[in-house]
Each structure stands twice: as C-alpha cells, then as structure tokens.
Design a binder for this molecule. Sequence first.
Ligand code: CP
Length: 309
Amino acid sequence: MRHLIEPEDLDLEEIKQLVNVGIDMFENPKDYAKVCEGKILASLFFEPSTRTKFSFDSAMYRLGGNVIGFSDAETTSAKKGESLADTIRVMGYYADIVVMRHPKEGAPKLASQYSSVPIINGGDGGHQHPTQTLTDLITIQKYKGRIDGHNVAFCGDLKYGRTVHSLIRTLARFGSKKFYLVSPEELQLPDSLKRQLIERYGVELVEVHFIEEVIEEIDILYMTRIQKERFFNEADYLKLKDSFKLTRDKLKPAKPDMIVMHPLPRVNEIGYDVDEDPRAIYFEQSQLGVYIRMALISKLLEVGPYARG
Ligand code: CP
C-alpha cells in the first residue's frame, strides 16, 4: 500500500507517468468514468479548502466512485477529543482511500502510520502540499511542453507557502538549477530549505525584492498569497499584505509565452485585470487539478491504467 505524504514519495518516472495519465484523463474523460466504481474516498478536511477538497470530490465522482467526509472537524468526534489515530483507524473500515488536510505539520504522516488504506496529504500546515505540486507540474507540462528547463520565479509568501516548498524541491529534483525568489525579508524561503536546495541539488537561488527585476527573464511566474492565517499578529500581516501585487503594467515586459501560475485562492496579489491576459493560466491550473487527482487516486487504488496484471 502506498501513501502520498510528500512529493518525494513518488519517483520522477512515477510523477511523469501521473502527468501523462492526467492529461489523457483531461482529454478523454469518458474512458475513465467507471474505474473507481464501488470505491469510496474519505475526504477529511480539518482546515478550510475549496480547490483541494472539491477537486478530489470531483475526481472521485468522475471516476465513478463515491465520497464521504467532512470539511468542518467541529461536527465530528474530534470535537469530543478523539485522537487522529483513532479517527483514521475507523476510516479504514468506511473508505478505500483517504485525503486529509490538517493545520498541524506531520498530521498526515502520523495518520499514515495508523491507516489500513492509502492516505493522501491535502496540505499540512506550512509544510507540504504534494497534490498541488502534481497540479502545478501537469500545468507546466501542458502549457510549456515539458516539466524541466524553465526559468521560474516564486513570488509572495515563500516562508509559509507550502505549495512553494513542495514545488521548488520537486523542480530541483527534475534538474532545475536556478530559481528567482521574490519576497519581503520577513517571508523569505526558510533557511533549511535553501540549504537543502543548494547542497543537495546544486541550485542557484537569486533573491530579489521586486517582480520588475526578473519579469523579462522568466518563463514561469508562480504567485502566492500572503497568508493571514500563518501570522501570529495582525499588525505584521497588514504591513505586508499589499506587497508584491502583480498588475497588467508589470506584466508588459514579460515574454509572450511566459505563464502566470497561482495555486489560489488569491486575495489581492494579482489584479483582476490580469485575468484577461492569455498568460494568466491559474484558473486552467485549478481545472487540471481534478485530472491529476483522478490519476493519483487510480494509482493508489491500483485501478484503471494502474490495474495490476
Ligand atoms: N490550492 C489550494 O490548496 O487551494 P484550497 O486551499 O482552496 O484547497
């Protein structure tokens, strides 16, 4: 039995195959409409979500399966003090696969140690978001023709942004050697992650303070939200929340085939007028999240294109 707790749980060949299967599911959805018939996904969200929760639900329904779960743990026996370990043990009797989001870093890893069914990490605190990374990679493959070899800039909250932490490491595994980091001092990529990228993968990190400094050179601009829920006090949040906003003017010098990605939700870090620019593909990115999750569910359940024998 396999779990997906962090992107490193998949090797590069498996990731490429998931991306290819996901693209085929996007192009030929009817071919996969029954591969999860009789299977149940438990969707356990201890923290708010729109895309991750509902794209997993949609993925399972599009595969012909069913979904149970919650998006407010206050309505469950966690409220009475039940441990995560006990909740997960019981879920193994009710579902064939579990996706969970939790505010505590490491909670999905803990759950996997007590689970009799595959666990998928739908985001744990500021730590990892592996299915967003898969969503990002299918998007890069579809819009740029390949995963590796692009000039990528990450912009916004690089300290707490789990989507950045998962994606930058995975792109480094795929061989990317240089990243541009655009963030305020307070929200820079954690030192431990910087060290890992430099020492393990030989990556060069170029830190700048403004999008304008790099916009002409890059192939992919990965925007992120300044996350209010990750701050300890509101004053710090208010001080930084309007930093690093992408506007139509700032996009003007960018390459015509550059793409703007964002895991969403956005608050105000991308102006609404940017949505009309063909380089803004963040809504298409969230759509592709359904199909890569269909591929992932199929893989972990060993059904459809991943059926044994
Ligand atoms: N990208 C993402 O994780 O969005 P949600 O928080 O809405 O799931």
